[in-house]
Write a protein that binds this ligand. Structure first.
Ligand code: GLU
Length: 307
């Protein structure tokens, strides 16, 4: 499928099929603000290498990017300190829930990868080196806005507050990391920054635009070297969907990063950057219909990296 009109037609049909199914999954309920979102929503935006944008459904509606922010914070940290970050966090799939504490004890407080919550807290801690949360958040937002070519991207403070009030697992993870000597700043400072980065609100269109550099598309803003983009893609393929990463690679065959807000940033290297959103989640905590849409898109386009 090469023609822009074919892709646009396909997305319209996909949107229609998904709404007809009515099989949405369950919205995340451990963050009260997210529990209020109606599950029956779906949006998709695809930016291709020629710069064309195809969309369907709720593609311009904002949603909480949650863990998708971890891709952008890692990109910021790689830009600041380069490969040194790997002394503090690994790059192996965890095979466990996104907020699991299990491996931290047996692996001396070095999280398996930067996309599980423990690893993301370490990355955020690194971004706080030598400055406060406001400046760290400004860097994250600045990176995303530049990558997307869009300044109208903001933090939803109500979502951040909501998670701060109920985020006991993340609070436990941060304190455990601190006890192992793998958190430099006060846990409260790291957690506050982390909850705010997760509460960044974006639409599918903005997410697809922000992913252009990771996909290595020709017109992408130069926020990332190709070598770094390649590594982000490897991490997204192996760790981007928590303990559902194997299932996602099997069904879709593309690097992606999910968030509990129901978003997925999907990358077809050299071909397209894709933003998908449907807030109902599957058993792994990844978007149920979003995963279905990613699978259908990869099948229709032949974009799987596995040929
Ligand atoms: N803010 C969420 C948490 O830390 C992010 C998790 C996710 O999106 O997977 O629990």
């Amino acid at each position: 499928m090469d023609m822009a009109t074919d892709l646009q037609d396909f997305l319209i049909r996909l949107d229609r099929d998904i709404r007809a199914r009515g099989d949405w999954g369950e919205v995340a309920d451990y963050i009260p603000e997210l529990a209020r979102i109606a599950p029956g929503q779906f949006g998709i935006a695809v930016v291709t290498a020629d710069g064309a944008l195809a969309t369907a459904g709720d593609a311009t509606k904002g949603f909480s990017i949650q863990s998708i922010s971890k891709v952008f914070t890692l990109a910021c940290v790689l830009g600041r300190i380069g490969e040194q970050i790997w002394t503090r966090v690994g790059r192996e799939p965890s095979g466990l829930r996104f907020d699991s504490i299990q491996l931290l004890e047996t692996e001396d407080g070095r999280p398996r990868n930067p996309f599980i919550n423990a690893g993301a807290l370490v990355v955020t801690d690194e971004l706080l080196t030598g400055r406060g949360p406001q400046d760290a958040l400004a860097e994250i937002l600045g990176f995303i806005r530049t990558a997307a070519g869009d300044d109208d991207i903001h933090i939803d403070r109500a979502v951040a507050q909501s998670e701060a009030g109920t985020g006991h697992r993340n609070i436990a993870l941060a304190h455990y990391l601190k006890s192992c000597g793998n958190l430099r700043n006060a846990p409260e400072l790291v957690l506050g920054t982390y909850f705010h980065q997760c509460a960044i609100e974006m639409s599918c269109v903005q997410l697809a635009m922000a992913g252009r550099a990771i996909a290595g598309l020709p017109d992408a803003p130069p926020v990332l070297s190709r070598a770094r983009a390649r590594r982000l893609n490897a991490l997204m393929m192996l760790c981007g969907h928590y303990d559902g990463s194997g299932d996602f690679a099997f069904r879709v065959g593309l690097p992606g990063k999910s968030g509990v807000g129901g978003g997925i940033l999907l990358i077809a290297p050299g071909r397209a950057s894709i933003g998908i959103w449907s807030p109902g989640l599957n058993v792994f905590g990844n978007s149920h219909m979003g995963t279905h849409a990613a699978e259908a898109l990869a099948r229709a386009t032949g974009w799987s990296v596995f040929g």
